[in-house]
Design a protein around this ligand. Sequence first.
Ligand code: PLP
Length: 938
Amino acid sequence: MTTTSPGVQNLDHFFSSSAARLDRWRALNAKAQAWAADARGGKSGSGRGAVEAALAEVRPLEDFFAFPGHRLMKTLAERIASSDALGTGRMVQRMSGALLSGSYRNDAGEWESSDDSAGSVPDRMPLAPGGGETRRPYFETLFVTGAPTANFPQIAQELRRLRRVEDPMIYEPVLVGSFEDAMMGIIMNGKIEAVVIYDGIPVPSQHDVPLLRDFLNVHHQLDTSSLAPRDVGVTLAQMIKRVRPELDLYLLTDREVEKLAGDPAASMIRRVFYEVEELTEVHLNILEGVGDRFSSPHFDNLKKYAARPIATFHALPIARGKSIMKSNWIRDMGEFYGQNLFLAESSSTAGGLDSMLEPTGNIKIAQEKFARAVGADHVFFVTNGTSTSNKMVYQAVTKPGDIVIADRNCHKSHHYGMVLSGAQPLYVEAFPMTEYSMYGAVPLRTIKQALLNLKAEGRLDRVKMVTLTNCTFDGHVYNTRRVMEECLAIKPDLIFLWDEAWFGFARWSPFLRPRTGLGAAAALEEWRSTPEALAAWKAQAAELGEELDPKDKRLLDRRLVPDPRKIRIRVYETDSVHKSMSCLRQGSIVAVRDEDYNHHVSAFREAVFIHASTSPNAQIIASLDVARRQMELEGYELVMRSIEIALTIRRAVAEHPIISKYFHVLGADAMIPAEFRASGFRDFLAPGTNWVTALKAVREDEFFLDPTRMTLVCGSAGFDGTSFKNLLAAKYNVQLNKTSRNSVLFQSNINNTRSDVALLIKVLLEISQQIDAELAEGGESARAAFAARVKSLMEDVPDLPNFSRFHDGYRDDPGSVTLEGNMRDAFFAAYEENDCEYLPLMSPKIDERLKSGPELVSANFVIPYPPGFPIMVPGQVIASDTIDYMRKLDVKEIHGYNGTRGLKLIKLAAIGKAPPGGQGAKARTAPPKGKTATKSEA
Ligand SMILES: Cc1ncc(COP(=O)(O)O)c(C=O)c1O
């Protein structure tokens, strides 16, 4: 995506880059220092012109930021105009330093315009009256006013006078004069936390912003030129909420405030004020609104608890830390972690600590705040990872005999969740990416076909849920809204479980939010009540009939519209907060937006009781609370930065003449087949790509690639994924997680900095140079060996096996087209060792049985790492492609495979036998239609 491409004049190409602003300041500083050096050396030259040109690049952006602000910029311009090279050098150095380090947020001196007059009291410092250092949180508030720009400095000064010593936080006003500039402000400036809109502001920006107009017109169907003046304020509030829903919005108007306050279209506005009223009220509201996001009830209370002198007479010796701090032998643990960790421990729920299992106090409030932050109705904290969150959802919403349509590559917690609940998986396959030994995501057509088949066979009523991984480990992001719309057109009460273990951060990116489960649920809910929704469904009904005929082939090829009057919005999203936010390991949430949740309240409580520990870790809960706080206050800026970092890595690898000889990061075009990219989007780096074309792809394409997940192909450098990962860790201190046969996955997150990028590029360069040298030194034979190794890694790749089928004995209706099966019975059948047998993978007996029977039926899950998905599940008939794949796998870790004894198989004679206790196949909710006896008993 274009971020800093030279020669781009429109201001709005910066939308995708806050780093671009800092780069421009760095460039200005370099020019200013060069001019100063010339002046010191008595040289004259083009220094001043260069500084002026660099300043011209910086200046238009500065309207949207509080620091350095109008006054410092004016002083700087005066110094340049008076050819004061040394003064300019000092000032630019200080300004850019303060910007880069963020010191302007708590150091009043940075706002002082005269660097020569130390000690004078600045009149616009971001401090409370009384001055001095402040540790109070700092933010910026955007004021959108129709006042003449010449009055802005004076208005800002009036706003600063509202500050009080008691204020718990401090903010600087940023003033803009139009609808479009307000949009630019909230998009570019991540420090903005609140927006005050004066009614009756003009629309057009004074800047050249064609991309912004495209964004409003095309993506939000908003023709700003036809906006009536009285609608501008509320429309602006609506648009801001779409981009940054976390911001507090205020409207100042001289209209009938009572009417506006009661207008549902203005519901996103936190308070409406009558313009002439006391501005102090606005000020106090701004502080209260941000304060509400800042407060983290569980963590805040834990801090208070830790400070109290409490004697504990419960189990948990580490609480208060005395057994550690006073120990001769383990004191170092206390010194390493710090005393607070132990002071904040308790196994009691008294003292305001609340109970995780039955929250009524600050944990309940913390969960409610998290729900607000992610746009859910309810959030449940989970202290044992999304592995547990997923199992809780299965436990709560499915029961034995229900069918769940699930991506076969989904995380093992889903498969185990179905074993626990007794739901029957109907596995659907993702598109394969055989050349990289990985899977993509499941095409919507496949999911629709499964639903239509079930409808045709009269079992649609048994389908409870669709489970998909969004995004996948490798970054494939579903078109969540479209998936839900089309599936609901076939079955209007389906539940969706979006496993967003990796994607929690996406909520804070306006690019990615529409593709989250909850983001799409909100859009669907909005759409459902529009007249267009019903009209679209009626048009479809006129053509295809009100009741869709599952045999009608047209249904697969067109975008189906659900009946907006019938659909239920029932969305569950699970997020590993610890994977993408500042949360301790295992912190996870189940977020619920289910309008029929009442059906599951008691089941959900049971699920919590079944899965949650009765000794939840208070620190994990606190970090969930704090992670939410951070994301609500700076998530937008941080996520933007992690996307920028990913784009920087992608560009640096692609453009480096030596690195790019051996390594490349797969673009969207390599990760997603063209048929799923209807918008024509090719890649973030492709010429002509900008944030508007990327948004078009987000809106239209079946799959989108999460830019922060970078598959680096290392097979072309002669490394398989695992060896490359080990090399990076052992020799270069670079850690990563996922690998494939010929690739490794790099992820950027809110923790990464540009220094990390620099390190990675340096390492890749060193490795590339080493390959260069080895090939040069080793001569023809080394080059031939290298080419052979690359060919083997890149071309001799095993085919990926599809799910075959469950054995007929584990199917309610063995003749059916759809292949759902009773995996739970098979799972427990394997508990009877006498009913199982083992065959070594290389045994010729396996080949014989594959050829002439009897069938091989897996007794358990077999999951090779990488790639990490089950190639066998309990009850699955093992097909030859699975055996071929397993034999070719060169990975050491295969969960569920007994290296000594071989594959664990269920003896066919045991299939159909009632499991101990008489449960299972004989006691399902939907009794089998056909016979359940096996076809070929062993
Ligand atoms: C798609 C997916 N879902 C769920 C999980 C489990 O999450 P956690 O590690 O938080 O238990 C993972 C773990 O890697 C995953 O990849």
